[in-house]
Every structure is written in C-alpha cells, then in structure tokens.
Design a protein around this ligand. Structure first.
Ligand SMILES: [Zn+2]
Length: 132
C-alpha cells in the first residue's frame, strides 16, 4: 500500500486516502487511517512526537503509528512511501506504547530544564565574578 506526500499550508477538510498531508508551517501531518475506516490521523512533527523524513521513494514517519484510541486499533509504519502493517496491539502493548511516549516526553523536557538551569547558573556565576 502506497502513500505519497503532499505539502499544504492548512489541512484540507477532506483528506484523500494514500496521501500524507504535511504542513511545515504548523509542524504537523495528517492522513486517513489506511485500514479504510476513514479516521483522520494527526501526527504532530515535533521532537517529542513524530519525525518526518522524505526520500525519493516517499515519506517516512517515525516512530510507528498506533491508533489504539480508534475502534480499528491499526498499527503501522510509514516507510519510504509505503504502509507497513504491524500486528494489532494487545492491551499490554498499548500500555507499553503509552509509557514509552511519556518517557520520551519526560526525557525531552528534563533535558530542556537542565539546559535552562545551566544557563542560569553560568549567568549567576558571571554576575558573582563581576562583584568579586
Ligand atoms: Zn482505521
């Protein structure tokens, strides 16, 4: 099953199947669930969510897309313009998937906070040195 990329600014109301709509302005992508259920799948393109890469064969999204909130619970990868199906998620996998997502977010924000803290510290040290 193929999926092609289409760059847009705003998400169209009606999505066509087999198209990955990408808005660079809003760092987001959307497509129709490839199982045919018609659900719109949004994949925000941020450091904590999905990463888009595009080769001459087509788009890839990482990590995989697990629609466990939908009745169809489809799970697949978009790799080089193709939909690669995974097995259905068991409830244990769903729980694990959610946990991984939380961990990824947490790791990212921790890193961010550490960065802020060290900037503050170096600023503070510089100030202290000024008045020494
Ligand atoms: Zn579906």
């Amino acid at each position: 099953m193929k999926i092609e990329i289409q760059y847009i600014r705003y998400m169209p109301k009606e999505l066509r199947s087999g198209v990955l709509y990408v808005s660079k302005e809003f760092n987001t992508a959307a497509h129709l669930c490839p199982c045919g259920c018609g659900a719109k799948i949004r994949t925000p393109l941020t450091a904590t969510e999905w990463v888009l890469s595009v080769s001459e064969r087509g788009p890839s999204l990482k990590p995989s897309i697990g629609n466990w909130q939908l009745p169809c619970q489809s799970h697949y990868w978009i790799t080089n313009g193709e939909i690669l199906w995974s097995t259905k998620w068991t409830s244990a996998q769903i729980a694990n998937g959610r946990k991984q997502e939380d961990l990824r977010r947490k790791a990212y924000f921790d890193r961010d906070q550490n960065k802020q803290r060290s900037t503050l510290e170096s600023l503070w040290n510089r100030l202290k040195n000024l008045f020494r």
